[in-house]
Design a protein around this ligand. Sequence first.
Ligand code: PLP
Length: 342
Amino acid sequence: MVMSTSQDPFTAPFGTLFGERMTVAHLNEGVYTYSGEASPVENFSLHPATHALHYGSTCFEGLKAHRQVDGSLAIFRLNDHANRMVQSVGKLHMTPPDAEMISTMIIDAVEANASHTPDPPGSLYLRPTLIGTLQNIGAAASPSTSAILYVLTSPVGDYFAGGVRPLTIFIETTTPRTTPQFGMVKSGANYVMALGPTLDAKRDHAADQVLFATGGDITETGASNFFLVDDDRIITRNLDESFLHGVTRASIITLATDLGYEIEERSVPVDELVAWAEHGEAFLSGTAAVVAPVGRIKLDGHDITVGDGQPGANTLRLREALTAIQVGKNPDPHGWLTAVSS
Ligand SMILES: *Cc1c(COP(=O)(O)O)cnc(C)c1O
């Protein structure tokens, strides 16, 4: 087991340090039981027939607790993440936990690891996870009726150590990121599906990430949503079942509206992105990286610079608007923060 206390989250790679305590609940016969207390992070004992290992009955969430400028601690958009986890579990056809129980387990996990929360731009990254534990390799066509739900914590530094670096993205127009029935499930299955195209793009095009645009319409990258922005408007794909509805995405849309940008939620053809690159900005959004500027696009053998290739003013403005609320530097008019004791 890796302990976090002695290592520096600002130098360790993202996600490699863990808090010392976690919260755990068990699903049996349709009922989740949670003791109401955090316990030491330790290995689970899993039967080799465990359903999640064979038939993919697993999903997770990713959210953060931030040290506030006044020294207190707060979780960003707790309820939205808990609700999305309920949705993911439902789409795996397992008994979903109550969103309230998930929220309580997250709060308890944060409080138990409060002293390991790095100061901004670091944070305590929170990873609620569910694994189906039914011991039955014959259950390929039925859901797991038992499960472990747990909340692991990870002290993290700045995702972009050394400053916000513009990303190079490869546009994949043939292979989809996922299947229609899994677009809105936050699950490892989607990540492993995106892995092949991502490794190819890294090797063949020196890309950081793949933007999936099956049939010419942009959806998202392997783990983040996609935006176009200029001085007047922001554009992102409208919500449908084909992609994960990011909480960061929703936050950006709300903040951009507050700042007076016009919002366009609609389909975004790749051709429009190419034309947009001549004058506008593009960025990715997600909990881990917050807002990540796109500097270059690789498409059909072309190498396209977005704007001047550097992080744009509007992108940085939106990023700052979001992080200022997360750490309590600006007021929280939308009620996104949940205070926890530290
Ligand atoms: C988690 C995730 C995102 C980003 O969601 P946030 O709630 O903003 O962190 C986007 N796409 C996929 C596929 C994801 O798994």
